[in-house]
Design a protein around this ligand. Structure first.
Ligand code: PA5
Length: 458
C-alpha cells in the first residue's frame, strides 16, 4: 500500500461534456456505442484483447510498491544534491509524458519553495546537431547529471545524445564521479542500455516489460523526472488510482472515459477524421504533444484512425482559427479546460488611452473564460463539433487522473476500431532506411536497394 505524504490530495476526476457535439451524433448512437465500449472495456480488463501482453499500465497506479517509490524519491534527492541541471534523455514514449507533466505542473504549490530545484533540460529527442550543441554550451560550467530513458536501448536519437553527454560527464567529472551522475531507466533484462548500465554499475530503474512506451508515464519514465522536479509522485499515483476506479468500475452510463471513446468514434464515422485537442492554458501544450503520440501511434494503422492534432488558444486562433472555422470541416475539436492556479487582475483608468476601460476590474482568467465560450460557440456555429474535457485543477493528482483517463479511452477506442492499440509496426519503416543509409552492420542489402531507388527516383 502506497503511503501518501505531503498533503496533496486528489481533486477530482476528468469530466466530459458532449453538449456541443450533439448536432453531429445522436443519443441513440451514443447509447449503442456505450454498450459496445463496455464490452471492449471488459476485454481490456480481462486481458483478452489484441496486444494484451502490453496492458501492464492498467494496474500501475495501484501496483507501485512503496519501496520503488521510495527508491525513486531517494535517487531524485541524490541527483538534486549533486546537480543544478538534470538532462533527461529520451524520445517518444520515453520523453513526452515526462515533459507533459513537468510543463503542466511547473510552479504548483506542492513544490517546496525552499528546496533548490535543478533545471530540467531534454536531449535525445532529435538528431539536430544545433540543438545538441546549444545544450552542451548551456551545460558548460554547470553541475549536471543525466537521466537516460530507453526501453530498447537502441533508439538512435537517444543513444547518440547519451553517448555525447556521457563523454562530457567523464571529461568534466572523471569516470568514477560521472557514474554517480547517471541514472538509466530501461528494460529489466535485455538491451544495449541495460547491459551498459550493468557493466558501468549505474543506478537503474526498470521499465516494466508489459508496458509500452506511450503508456509508461506512471512508471519511472515519468516518475523519476517528476520527483527530481520536487513533485509529489505519490499524489500523482493516487489521482491515477482514483481515475482508474472510475474508468474501470463505473457503469457505462456514467463512465466519462468510455463516453469520450464513443464520442470520438461516432464523430469519426460521421466523417470527421481529424481531432484537434485545444486548450486555453499554455501549460497544457506538452500534454497535447503526449496525447498526439498516445492516440496517433495507437490508432493509426490498417488505414484507420483519427489524425490527432493540437493547438493552443487563444494563440492559435490567430493562425489556425480561420481554417477551423471555415476550412474543410474534416475536424472536430476537444477542448481541455483547467482552472488557472493564479489570476492577474486588470485595473484600468476610465480615461485610459488604450480604450480598455471597459475591462476595468476584470481578471485575465475571466477574459480567458469568455474567450473560451466565444470560441466554443463560433466553432460550433461553423460546423465543428466540440467535446469539452475538464481537468479539475493543476495538481499532481489531476495529471495522474488525466493520463489514466486518456489511456483507457485510447485503448477502448482502439478495440472499437478493430486495431491493436499497443503496437506500432509502422514506426520501423523509416528506421530501416535510416540505418541502411548510416551503414549499420547487417543493412547492406537495404542500403544498395535504397541507393538504386534514389537513382531511379521512385
Ligand atoms: O511508444 C513507443 O513505443 C515509442 O514512442 C518509443 O517510446 C520510442 O520510440 C522510444 O523507444 P525506446 O524507449 O526504446 O528508446
Amino acid at each position: 500500500m502506497l503511503e501518501i505524504r505531503g498533503g496533496v490530495g486528489m481533486s477530482g476526476l476528468i469530466r466530459l461534456d458532449d453538449t456541443w457535439a450533439l448536432d453531429h451524433i445522436d443519443a441513440e448512437e451514443i447509447d449503442g456505442g456505450m454498450r459496445e465500449a463496455a464490452l471492449q472495456l471488459q476485454l481490456l480488463v480481462d486481458r483478452k484483447g489484441a496486444g494484451s501482453e502490453y496492458t501492464g499500465w492498467l494496474n500501475l497506479p495501484i501496483d507501485a510498491p512503496d519501496s520503488v517509490v521510495a527508491r525513486l524519491e531517494h535517487a531524485a534527492a541524490d541527483l538534486r544534491e549533486q546537480s543544478d541541471t538534470v538532462v533527461v534523455c529520451g524520445i517518444g514514449g520515453s520523453y513526452l509524458g515526462a515533459r507533459a507533466g513537468l510543463e503542466f505542473l511547473a510552479g504548483v504549490p506542492s513544490r517546496s519553495a525552499t528546496d533548490s530545484l535543478p533545471d530540467i533540460l531534454f536531449a535525445g529527442n532529435s538528431l539536430s546537431s544545433w540543438q545538441l550543441q546549444k545544450l552542451l554550451d548551456r551545460l558548460a560550467g554547470h553541475r549536471f547529471s543525466v537521466v537516460v530513458i530507453s526501453k530498447s536501448g537502441t533508439t538512435l536519437e537517444t543513444a547518440v545524445a547519451f553517448h555525447i553527454l556521457r563523454t562530457e560527464l567523464v571529461r568534466r567529472f572523471g569516470a568514477g564521479k560521472a557514474r554517480t551522475r547517471i541514472v538509466a531507466i530501461t528494460d529489466s533484462e535485455h538491451g544495449t542500455l541495460h547491459d551498459l548500465a550493468r557493466d558501468q554499475g549505474l543506478v537503474t530503474f526498470d521499465l516494466p516489460r508489459d508496458v509500452g512506451g506511450r503508456y509508461s508515464v506512471l512508471t519511472p519514465v515519468g516518475l523519476l523526472p517528476f520527483a527530481i522536479a520536487g513533485l509529489n509522485i505519490r499524489a500523482m499515483l493516487q489521482g491515477a488510482a482514483e481515475q482508474r476506479t472510475a474508468s474501470l468500475g463505473s457503469p457505462a452510463a456514467t463512465n466519462d472515459a468510455l463516453h469520450y471513446a464513443v464520442a470520438r468514434r461516432l464523430l469519426n464515422t460521421s466523417g470527421k477524421n481529424i481531432e484537434l485537442l485545444t486548450s486555453f492554458e499554455p501549460c497544457l501544450h506538452f500534454v497535447g504533444e503526449w496525447w498526439k503520440q498516445l492516440f496517433g501511434e495507437s490508432e493509426g494503422k490498417n488505414g484507420k484512425g483519427i489524425f490527432p492534432a493540437s493547438a493552443e488558444f487563444t494563440t492559435d486562433l490567430h493562425s489556425l482559427g480561420q481554417y477551423v472555422q471555415e476550412g474543410t470541416h474534416s475536424l472536430f475539436e476537444t477542448v481541455v479546460d483547467v482552472p488557472a492556479p493564479a489570476d492577474v487582475a486588470f485595473l484600468c483608468d476610465a480615461d485610459s488611452p488604450d480604450g480598455l476601460a471597459y475591462l476595468n476590474g476584470r481578471s485575465l482568467s475571466a477574459m480567458n473564460h469568455d474567450a473560451r465560450i466565444a470560441t466554443l460557440l463560433a466553432h460550433h456555429d461553423g460546423g465543428v463539433p466540440v467535446l469539452q474535457l475538464t481537468v479539475p485543477d493543476v495538481s499532481e493528482g489531476s495529471f495522474g487522473a488525466a493520463v489514466y483517463f486518456f489511456e483507457v479511452a485510447c485503448a477502448v477506442g482502439g478495440y472499437m476500431l478493430g486495431i491493436n492499440p499497443f503496437d506500432q509496426p509502422g514506426v520501423e519503416a523509416y528506421k530501416h532506411n535510416m540505418f541502411a543509409l548510416l551503414a549499420k552492420p547487417g543493412t547492406e542489402v537495404e542500403a544498395a536497394d535504397i541507393r538504386s531507388r534514389l537513382a531511379r527516383g521512385n
